[in-house]
Ligand binder design. Structure first.
Ligand SMILES: Cc1cc2nc3c(=O)[nH]c(=O)nc-3n(C[C@H](O)[C@H](O)[C@H](O)COP(=O)(O)OP(=O)(O)OC[C@H]3O[C@@H](n4cnc5c(N)ncnc54)[C@H](O)[C@@H]3O)c2cc1C
Length: 453
């Protein structure tokens, strides 16, 4: 077996969306980056549904055009059924969500990183990094060679493998059984979501002409029911044929590659330190039904790169650490609020295990509709606080005054490129265009930052 060693400034573990986007941004910011990836891309990967909101993000990181050239199915409509209710057909008036081939999608992002100067060592499985006085030693193994990367900074982007470790707060354990239904058949041209007695079913057509379906259940359901590996396919098929939406799949359709994976959502308590950052699912694993995992993984890579760049370029490390920690915390809280609303919809039976374990008293707060009040009669809400807060300024994290209010999920320092706090404490500058001023005023009133005096 041959042994190789190399030194770099930043070692990224994992070439999924989070690792590739982070690595590319760090390379573009002038850092020396090595990325270790267990497989050679393209490799198969589930998690193919991307909500429409991902496009502005892909555009901002310079990946939209390359991703748009990947094979994909546009999803304009979905059918959603809460058990006991009739199916509701949802038509999205805005841009469609898309189903991509994740192998292709992830390859495109990794190639962008390589083009930006990242050294990718593929088919190399990283072991848990060891801390040294001046950084980290990351061992990696392929079939016939071992590699050691010495790095000042480590980014764990290994997804649920969480190579760097760390303690996590886990939600109710959830198992996903997923299968690929083969062949160019008359699959529904829409996404299907159905709440059934034992959990959720989700399905959508794939770009290669097949159909993906997923079943989300309690992680211990199979054990409780005494279902073993040989009976799994039957169980999976039975739940499809007893569901209102999925029984419409072509009768003689066959699925291949029935697989199981963990789908429990969790968040890491310490997603960043002064010599490491955890990105994507290594930091925060969302409920797959949200179709937001990839988007959040990329967002964490962008935020993580700003934090890491600040630390490595001698900026305010404390602010950088606090910024990323607060960013992940806010993402986690937003997601929990979404989950509370989604899982709180009419469900098959509140006493059924899956639903009983997930039923949450918390519902997202409904914002009251704002009445129109002339600006002159408005004043600052007593609930507003303005505090120095770390935020991204250019490529780095710096402290800026930000506005806090119970209606805001995150503190806001800039809105549409305008620093917000000075607008609440000073007369508005004449340089602010009327359109921008009107938009800012509307936002301030609708969020009850400005309230009637
Ligand atoms: C069942 C299920 C369905 C989902 N469906 C969706 C969906 O429809 N839409 C959506 O947006 N999100 C979905 N998600 C979530 C989404 O897949 C993840 O949020 C996203 O892939 C996270 O990206 P990442 O880069 O953090 O991790 P990953 O995509 O998991 O990438 C991690 C990479 O690290 C590599 N790696 C792991 N260990 C090592 C190691 N030791 N050494 C080197 N490399 C390593 C892996 O090979 C992989 O390439 C789903 C998740 C689950 C569990």
């Amino acid at each position: 077996m041959s042994r190789k060693a190399a030194s770099t400034e930043v070692c990224v573990i994992g070439g999924g969306p989070a690792g590739s986007v982070f690595a590319r941004r760090m390379a573009l910011l002038g850092h020396d980056v090595v990325l270790l990836e267990r497989y050679r891309h393209p490799r198969p990967r589930i998690g193919e549904a991307l909500a429409a909101g991902i496009w502005p993000l892909l555009d901002a990181i310079g990946a939209a055009a390359d991703v748009a050239s990947c094979r994909q199915v546009q999803i304009w409509d979905s059918s959603v059924r809460w058990a006991g209710a009739t199916a509701a057909d949802v038509h999205r008036p805005g841009p469609p969500s898309v189903i991509v081939d994740r192998g292709e999608f992830d390859r495109v992002l990794l190639e962008q990183a390589i083009d930006a100067g990242v050294t990718v060592i593929a088919e190399t499985s990283a072991r848990r990094p060891r801390r040294r006085r001046d950084g980290w030693s990351v061992g990696g193994a392929t079939n016939d060679a071992s590699t050691t990367i010495n790095a000042r900074f480590v980014a764990d982007a290994s997804g649920r493998a969480k190579v760097l470790g760390g303690s996590v707060a886990r939600a109710t354990p959830t198992l996903c059984l997923h299968a690929l239904w083969r062949g160019r058949r008359a699959w529904p041209a829409r996404a299907l979501t159905e709440a059934i007695v034992d959990g959720w079913l989700w399905g959508a057509p794939l770009p290669d002409g097949g159909f993906r379906s997923m079943l989300f259940i309690d992680a211990d359901l199979l054990r409780r029911r005494g279902i073993h590996r040989p009976e799994l396919a039957d169980f999976f098929r039975k739940l499809h044929s007893s569901s209102r939406l999925f029984r419409t799949l072509p009768r003689d359709a066959e699925f291949a590659e029935l697989e199981a994976c963990d789908a429990t959502r969790f968040s890491d308590a310490v997603p960043i330190g002064e010599a490491f950052v955890k990105l994507g699912e290594a930091s925060l694993a969302l409920d797959p039904l949200s179709s937001m995992g990839v988007q959040k993984a990329i967002q964490s890579a962008v935020a993580g790169a700003a934090a890491a760049h600040t630390i490595l370029s001698g900026g305010d490390s404390k602010a950088a650490v606090e910024f990323f920690r607060a960013d992940q915390d806010a993402s986690h809280r937003e997601h929990e609020s979404w989950i509370a609303g989604y899982s709180g919809q009419p469900s098959p039976g509140p006493r059924d295990s899956f639903w009983r374990r997930r039923r949450s008293a918390r519902r997202p707060s409904q914002r009251p509709g704002g009445a129109t009040v002339p600006l002159g009669r408005l004043g600052l809400s007593p609930a507003v606080r303005i505090l120095p807060t770390p935020c991204i300024v250019g490529d780095r994290v710096e402290m800026r005054p930000a506005v806090y209010h119970p209606n805001l999920r995150r503190p806001v320092a800039y809105l549409g490129g305008v620093e917000l706090a000075p607008l609440l404490t000073n007369p508005w500058p004449a340089s602010l265009s009327a359109t921008k001023a009107a938009a800012l005023a509307t936002w301030l009133v609708s969020n009850e930052i400005l309230v009637p005096r």
